[in-house]
Design a protein around this ligand. Structure first.
Ligand code: ADP
Ligand code: ADP
Ligand code: MG
Length: 447
């Protein structure tokens, strides 16, 4: 078993990983930027190393400093969490070259799957249905126009290196496509230092359904069911649930088998998520793969009883999966809400600052994954997500009631949050009756 893990991340996911390590008797090293001296992950880890100034490019994305920290503290492995370097090929490759275990897939798999356009091609080749669109990247606006004409509008233009909802634009006409082309290329260059784009059919009013997979380094693979992440703002998830009410046992089995089969064929290991769009006919299409743990992994943990972080560590230690597909049982229903420090009345503008008062909710089946505490100052430099509330009920109705109870009890003073906004979603009639798609927030709240 791995003995000492450096956690190359911050915030709630760093805390989540430290806690899993503690339960497993594994020592932990936190890294932190100058802006994170007082951050919870820095305090909770066995050791903590400052790796640079506040700006992520100088700290949490600083490969050299992180590798040095791991080396100097005698770590045998690195957990990258999500975001930051979690899908960075160079980082995973260096880890392998110097003999530090990267807790994730092999860097070659990140190379193959991290690039969205390449991933689509790979998946298509192993028999997974993909969203119709360009064969690989598009090299000119002229080509984009031709493809759009052949697959018919609306189309969606996507940055191949994109993530976190960035680098995506929809076009309903050629006029819009011309505009979108420049915007996506520019946004992608600034955000991901890569301006390659591809095009696909815009599936109207779909559900975002993803399959969690888990594979060891010996060829065994299982799936842990689906997550419905259709409640999104600007293509970014804010509320997730499992099971999805639009997926029955038959579709779950089919999607799961397709996912597991693809994973085995490409030789992927560790955990990962295959994201699909499901249209109104219940036809599903591969969209992208995330080669890391995801923000919304806890809902799957609640209904399966499997600790995904611990499994990642066991897999990276070379262990064989302890269960086969028939051992995976889904119990009840789970919901997650992402609590952000932002102001919904000011177009969701991030609202960092000092937390002057705090009361975290509790109760049967209510879990909080967070890195905030009373007196903590949220830095301006990073993501605005400050907590995740995860509930586990016997059914969807009970989960919704538990979540409302938790949101109602949650008190954060000193900064604005989206807590009241999340409550409004749970009270929405179409949400309650499961009548929603990825355009829910636009349709119901005009955002
Ligand atoms: P999930 O599917 O796990 O919810 P998200 O796409 O919401 O993933 O991303 C999780 C975190 O990682 C967010 O903080 C997001 O901003 C960040 N992120 C995702 N992809 C990238 C990327 N390619 N580059 C930088 N940050 C990313
Ligand atoms: P990211 O890497 O930012 O997560 P994705 O490719 O997963 O990007 O897309 C993010 C979201 O954008 C999806 O969850 C979905 O709501 C929407 N989306 C992406 N592709 C399409 C498509 N072809 N048709 C309709 N919606 C799409
Ligand atoms: Mg995605």
């Amino acid at each position: 078993m791995l003995k000492k893990i450096l956690i190359a991340n911050r915030g709630e996911i760093a805390v989540r990983i430290i806690r899993a390590c503690r339960e497993m008797g594994i020592r932990t090293v936190a890294i932190y930027s100058e802006a994170d001296k007082t951050a919870l992950h820095t305090k909770l880890a066995d050791e903590a190393v400052c790796i640079g100034p506040a700006k992520s490019t100088n700290s949490y994305l600083n490969i050299k400093a992180i590798i040095e920290a791991a080396y100097l503290t005698g770590c045998d492995s690195i957990h990258p969490g999500f975001g930051f370097l979690s899908e960075n090929v160079k980082f995973a490759k260096i880890c392998e070259e110097i003999g530090i275990k990267f807790i994730g897939p092999n860097y070659k798999m990140i190379e193959l799957m991290g690039n969205k356009s390449k991933a689509k091609e790979t998946m298509k080749n192993v028999g997974v249905p993909v969203v119709p669109g360009s064969d690989g990247l598009i090299s000119s606006l002229k080509e984009a126009k031709e493809i759009a004409k052949s697959i018919k509008y609306p189309v969606i233009l996507k940055a191949s290196a994109g993530g976190g909802g960035k680098g995506i634009r929809i076009a309903y006409s050629e006029e819009e496509l011309i505009k979108a082309y420049e915007v996506v290329k520019q946004e992608s260059l600034t955000s991901f230092n890569d301006d390659s784009v591809y095009i696909e059919k815009y599936i109207e009013n779909p559900r975002h359904i993803e399959i969690q997979i888990m594979a060891d380094e010996h060829g065994n693979c299982v799936h842990l069911g689906e997550r419905d992440c259709s409640i999104q703002r600007k293509n970014q998830k804010i509320l997730e649930e499992t099971p999805s009410s639009i997926i029955n046992d038959k579709i779950r089995k089919k999607m799961g088998e397709i996912a597991v089969n693809a994973i085995k064929k490409v030789g992927y290991y560790n955990v990962g998520t295959i994201e699909f769009l499901v249209d109104k006919n219940r036809d599903f299409y591969f969209m992208e793969m995330n080669t890391r743990v995801q923000v919304e992994h806890p809902v799957t943990e609640m209904v399966t009883g499997i600790d995904i972080i611990k499994e990642q560590i066991k897999i990276a230690s070379g262990e064989t999966l302890e269960f086969s597909q028939k051992d995976i049982k889904i119990t009840g229903h789970s919901l997650e809400c992402r609590v952000n420090a932002e102001n919904p009345d000011k177009n969701f503008m991030p609202c960092p600052g000092k937390i002057t008062g705090l009361h975290l909710p509790g109760g049967n089946g209510i879990r909080i994954d967070s890195a905030i505490y009373a007196g903590y100052e949220i830095p301006i430099y990073y993501d605005s997500m400050i907590a995740k509330i995860i509930v586990h009920g016997n059914n969807r109705q009970e989960s919704i009631e538990k979540m409302k109870s938790a949101l109602g009890e949650f008190i954060i003073e000193g900064v604005d949050t989206n807590i009241d906004f999340l409550y409004k979603i749970l009270e929405n009639e179409n949400f309650k009756t499961n009548n929603y798609t990825t355009s829910f927030l636009k349709d119901e709240f005009g955002i």
